[in-house]
Design a protein around this ligand. Structure first.
Ligand code: DP6
Length: 324
């Protein structure tokens, strides 16, 4: 009753920010993302005769992590087992970088734990189950370009692959930005936005258009079309965050410096766009032939601490090597 899995985080071009069902993690809108190869979460799960669940994340005890405990309970319930679990999980990216996205962590946990519990689920079922632990993780079940369909019920809200990781090589140059502020976690932040932000309905009114644009841009491998809508969708999400009560301002000075710089670089003819999640780091999207130049320029922007260059990544998968 032991299994291990690997999964990658993803960056959304049309963002998920808000649920209409907080228990089942059913989203207010569909979203589309790219899975990121260079970042990984590896997780081993064993169900056995342990006294309690034992969870170790990046070598630290995390046995009280509510998201993981809830996900283990869901999988035990589906498998009809009561055995406690031992979980060890490592990210290959520094936790302090603010990239500790729950997407890859939950996807790797779900794939490993389902297998360890004897549940032989297909990707659609895995996507539905991991979604209930963290919404964005349902997209990390697949590699490449992935759409999470909003759906109207639990069984109906899952991710599908639009194109695999070899279909179109674009790059996500992640600029890690100095940030000392404590950020509000996505789950809580989006709940507050849905409840208090008068601009939120405005975003919902245009998001289906953004989804159609991104799908078309992927089909046509039209980088300008993709970049323009991704950047706008991200800014619109941040506008709703900023107009939440109390305001959710995830940006740091370095974030704003990069936004300005990208506008200048684009005016010079460099194909480069930004998209930002619930944090200060900036995902800078560009084409392979411009990636080295973009990286070089980003390193000179004040407030940029580090750069991670990501290519399109693959599916979440079971792996042979166990972490214990
Ligand atoms: C801004 O998936 O982390 O990255 O479902 O509550 O666990 P929960 O939230 P989470 O939210 C991700 C929000 C985002 C946008 C996105 O990835 O689509």
């Amino acid at each position: 009753m032991k299994a291990s899995a690997i999964a990658h985080p993803n960056i959304a071009f049309v963002k998920y920010w808000g649920k209409y069902n907080d228990k089942l993690y059913l989203p207010m809108n569909g979203s589309i993302s790219l899975t990121l190869n260079e970042l990984t979460s590896q997780t081993t799960v064993e169900f056995g005769n342990f006294k309690a669940d034992q969870i170790t994340l990046n070598k630290n005890d995390a046995s009280d992590d509510k998201k993981i405990l809830k996900q283990l309970d869901l999988i035990r319930q589906l498998a009809g087992i009561t055995k406690r679990a031992k979980v060890v999980s490592n990210n290959n990216f520094p936790t302090a970088s603010g990239l500790a996205s729950s997407a890859s962590g939950l996807a790797a946990l779900t794939v490993a734990a389902c297998k360890a519990a004897g549940l032989d689920y297909d990707k659609k079922q895995l996507s539905i189950i991991t979604r209930q632990g963290s919404g964005s993780s349902c997209r990390s079940i697949y590699g490449g370009y992935v759409e999470w369909r909003m759906g109207a019920s639990n069984d109906d809200s899952y991710a599908i692959q639009l194109a695999d990781e070899n279909y179109w090589d674009i790059r996500d140059i992640i600029a890690i930005v100095a940030n000392r502020e404590k950020k509000v976690k996505s789950t809580v932040g989006m709940e507050e936005t849905v409840k208090t932000c008068p601009l939120y309905q405005g975003r919902l009114a245009v998001v289906n258009h953004h989804l159609a644009e991104v799908r078309a841009a992927i089909t046509e491998r039209d980088f300008k079309r993709l970049g323009e809508v991704a950047e706008y969708d991200s800014l619109m999400m941040h506008a709703t965050m900023i107009a939440t009560k109390p305001s959710l301002l995830y940006w740091a000075p370095g974030t704003v410096a990069i936004i300005h710089a990208i506008g200048d670089w684009r005016a010079e003819g460099l194909p480069v766009y930004h998209t930002i999640d619930a944090g200060a780091n900036v995902h800078v999207i560009t084409l392979p032939e411009n990636a080295a130049e973009v990286e070089k320029r980003l390193r000179k922007v004040e407030g940029v601490n580090d750069i991670i260059h990501c290519r399109p990544g693959g599916d979440a998968n079971l792996i042979e090597k166990h972490l214990f």
